[in-house]
Design a protein around this ligand. Sequence first.
Ligand SMILES: NC(=O)c1ccc[n+]([C@@H]2O[C@H](COP(=O)([O-])OP(=O)(O)OC[C@H]3O[C@@H](n4cnc5c(N)ncnc54)[C@H](OP(=O)(O)O)[C@@H]3O)[C@@H](O)[C@H]2O)c1
Length: 286
Amino acid sequence: MSSAIEQSSSQPPSPLQPVRRFAVVTGASSGIGEAVARELARRGWGTFLLARRLERLETLAKELRATAPSTPLFVDLADPGAAQSVASRILSMHGPVDALVNNAGFGIYEPFLDHSVNDHRRLMQVNYHSPLSLMRAFLPSMRDRGSGTVVNVSSMSAKMGPWGHSGYAASKAALRALTETLDAEFSPHGVRLSCLFPGIVDTPYFREPRMQQLFEKVKHRAIPAERCARAVCDLVDAPRIWRCEPGFYRMLDALCALNARLAHALVARGSRPSSLSRVRPEHSGS
Ligand SMILES: NC(=O)c1ccc[n+]([C@@H]2O[C@H](COP(=O)([O-])OP(=O)(O)OC[C@H]3O[C@@H](n4cnc5c(N)ncnc54)[C@H](OP(=O)(O)O)[C@@H]3O)[C@@H](O)[C@H]2O)c1
């Protein structure tokens, strides 16, 4: 095991060493999670970096150790028992952590009837059930210490399901609902949860073949991963029940309150493939 875990678990901090806060970041091998890990290290946090591509995590951890302790750990969050077992490993080697960033996730962009049942199950496992398991594992020690933060990376599609996102939007909406109810339960104990709703972020997320078509349509609205990562880290430092990034997406809530049909029509138009924009049901207008 890496020296970061050995140092933090076996030696009390010397008076000359800064007392570090430690965060678990899932999906740290790429995109937003990788940028979150860099930003946390820059802010002095020690990190546990989780994902499947261990070589990428090892390279990143080596870079981050110039600033703060960092430990790469393999986990496949599509495996139902994996989140619990990696969390137990961290807790037994290091002890409680100060923050959990549930960022790992993936999307599928295609019509509902083309999603296989397995696609739906996998989306729910990686994007919802695994974050839930990680929270079950880390929240008790946060509650016992009376401090800790969890940031769950959801998506704007959790607020208003766009075209082609049935499984993804459902998984991210479930994560949003869970965040809100857990904040109600844990904030009296000093533990705060936040949900981030990113809009379009320019990351390898869109390299998945089924996502490429969507990116062509929305790339003019994309923000860099680093900007999204700063929003995540700001929530770690100063929790809020939710935040949109970019912030102007909040306007969608206001529009929805005024005219939900119009808000949904705009979101559908912005996400539907251009080739389908003129398709009308056979009996429309009748
Ligand atoms: N990009 C956007 O526009 C956007 C918008 C809204 C929300 N989001 C959300 O932001 C989060 C990060 O996405 P991103 O844009 O940074 O995409 P990304 O570059 O594709 O990164 C996804 C990360 O999740 C990890 N991951 C995926 N499946 C996993 C599994 N089965 N087990 C463990 N780790 C897994 C990947 O690591 P490995 O492949 O190494 O396992 C990778 O580190 C996701 O939850 C996504 O839904 C993204």
